[in-house]
Write a protein that binds this ligand. Structure first.
Ligand code: IMP
Ligand code: MG
Length: 176
């Protein structure tokens, strides 16, 4: 098995600082209210876990799993629900927590689906955003970092199921 180190794009320290700020913003916006965090599996699990620790209002947690990518680096162009939320979101303040918005297809599809279930409010928190390929223009209410059009891994994000465990966001260099 190869043993190279991916290149660090966003360090643990940078992630931690930014996530603290996002947690503060969410806590201020939902003062005296309860939020339902919907963690989008699998990529957002680490971001979601760290973000929740920085939210100072009552939080509930649920999970959804969607697939739009196969095992490669290209989108398949359609979004499938692999696992749905286990509770009703009606009249709740829902925050979708996602790892990365690329073309925006996944988030656009999910927004439409969840809006139809009548939440009190519906927001998106995404750790990363690649503006270069964003065709669907979804509004990201809480954004971690804008990045160039590179395939990133680590901190929950994978390439063919690997690298999720890295504590930083990195880039794998082809030919490394
Ligand atoms: P979109 O529907 O094109 O916005 O794609 C979003 C999904 O593609 C994300 O939830 C990720 O699972 C995956 N994805 C997009 N870019 C990357 C990347 O650079 N690394 C890992 N996964 C990515
Ligand atoms: Mg994803």
């Amino acid at each position: 098995m190869e043993s190279y180190q991916p290149e660090v794009l966003i360090s643990e320290e940078e992630l931690s600082l930014r996530i603290k700020a996002l947690g503060r913003a969410i806590s201020e916006e939902f003062e005296n209210e309860e939020v339902l965090v919907v963690c989008i599996l699998k990529g957002a699990f680490m971001f979601c876990s760290d973000l929740m620790k920085e939210i100072n209002v009552p939080v509930r947690l649920d999970f959804m799993q969607l697939s739009s990518y196969g095992d490669g680096m290209k989108s398949s162009g359609s979004v499938k629900i692999e696992l749905d939320i286990s509770e009703s979101i009606k009249d709740k303040n829902v925050i979708i927590v996602e790892d990365i918005v690329d073309s925006g297809l996944t988030m656009k599809t999910l927004l439409e689906l969840l809006k139809a279930r009548g939440p009190k409010s519906l927001k998106i928190a995404s750790l990363l955003f690649k503006p270069s390929k964003n065709i669907h223009k979804v509004p990201i209410d809480y954004l971690g970092f804008e990045i160039d059009d590179k395939f990133v891994i680590g901190y929950g994000l994978d390439y063919a199921g690997r690298y999720r465990e890295l504590p930083y966001v990195g880039v794998i260099n082809a030919g490394n």
